[in-house]
Design a protein around this ligand. Structure first.
Ligand code: HPA
Ligand code: ZN
Length: 347
């Protein structure tokens, strides 16, 4: 395929229309202010913000923790199975509109079980939306249960026990929340247990944390994919490892700017990650909080970084499929679909 012949002005439509997977989306981060207000009303809860606009105006973050404080507060409106269904269904509709054919979706059960919401309520609501999306939207999705790293490893073991009766409803385990001071090794025992249970393993590392956190997520947790990972470029030996083993990074450009990991999108290192041969992908992280869903992340990143053209669009979409946790045959089917899409572009 001669992708160099695709002109720059054709990129926005290409980016939006190409089939892709999303591998780093926190479902609680897809709760739009409008839905927060309607769920608060449905559950007769008082929010600390008088209007939707006032809530949205509070979305000015200085770092990860300043975001997490508001994100956990927003998630407190989720109470019933219907609430979890509505949140996930709204995301899946948005994903469909962005030509996402497959999503691997994080959820943070401890945020809810700590408020007395039973695990069964959370998982059944999310799973029902996923099953309905498969039937009605033709979109594939799976859940990844995240442990909150600011809590203890014992807490993680507790939620794992609560989750195991629903083992068929999630495919893997992740690690999120405040990174600094909560290194991967804090969770090495519970990750080892999850590995025995044949769960797929991922971890946030190298978002605010150093390259060392990425080494430890790989070596001590056996993470198969690194969420964010943008600080890997500080360590040339780590870059060599990521390239040699083709360990995917799920990069979230708009998130990184909103949380001040990079000052601007123009300063983002995604083009350099790709140029090094790292299997980087583009994702939305918490789209309701960071200014856009998946296509918005692609569009703004490609405008800000002129090094990114049609070849990188193809590479990013292809990486998203290669990095996903589906069977090889399913992956191959999506990659053929992607190839056919790009062939049509300069037919
Ligand atoms: N980093 C860590 N924890 C999170 C994030 C993130 O970007 N989003 C939601 N929880
Ligand atoms: Zn994240």
């Amino acid at each position: 395929m001669n992708l160099a012949s695709i002109p720059r002005h054709a990129l926005p439509e290409l980016l939006c229309r190409m089939p892709k997977a999303e591998l780093h989306i926190h479902i609680e981060g897809s709760l739009e202010p409008e839905l927060i207000f309607s769920l608060a009303e449905r559950n007769r809860l008082q929010l600390p913000y008088p209007t939707i606009e006032a809530l949205r105006a509070a979305y000015a973050f200085t770092d990860l923790q300043s975001f997490l404080d508001i994100y956990y507060a927003g998630a407190s409106v989720l109470q019933t199975e219907e609430d979890f269904f509505d949140m996930a269904w709204a995301y899946l509709l948005r994903a469909k509109a962005d030509n996402v054919v497959h999503a691997e979706i994080f959820f943070d059960p401890q945020t809810h079980t700590a408020r007395g919401i039973p695990f069964v309520t959370i998982i059944n609501g999310l799973d029902r939306a996923i099953q309905q999306a498969r039937k009605e939207l033709g979109i594939s999705a799976a859940l990844i249960l995240c442990f909150l790293r600011h809590l203890t490893e014992d807490d993680a073991f507790t939620v794992l026990e609560e989750a195991l009766p629903f083992r068929d409803k999630f495919i893997g385990i992740g690690l999120d929340s405040g990174e600094k001071g909560n290194p991967p090794e804090k969770f090495s025992k519970v990750f080892a247990r999850c590995r025995e249970l044949e769960l797929r393993l991922v971890a946030h590392a190298g978002e605010e944390g150093t390259a060392e956190y990425i080494w430890h997520a790989l070596d001590l947790l056996q993470a198969e994919r690194i969420d964010h990972g943008v600080h890997c470029l500080d360590d040339p030996q780590l870059v060599t490892r990521l390239v040699q083993q083709q360990i995917p990074l799920t990069v979230c450009p708009l998130s990184n700017v909103k949380l001040c990991v990079f000052p601007t999108l123009a300063a983002h290192n995604i083009a350099r990650l790709l140029a090094c041969g790292i299997r980087a992908t583009i994702n939305s992280d918490d789209p309701a909080y960071f200014g856009g869903y998946l296509n918005q992340n692609y569009l703004e990143t490609f405008v800000a970084l002129p090094e990114l053209g049609a070849a990188e669009a193809y590479r990013l979409a292809r990486n998203s499929f290669e990095a996903s946790f589906v069977d090889v045959e399913v992956k191959a089917g999506w990659i053929s679909q992607l190839d056919a899409f790009f062939q049509q572009q300069h037919a």
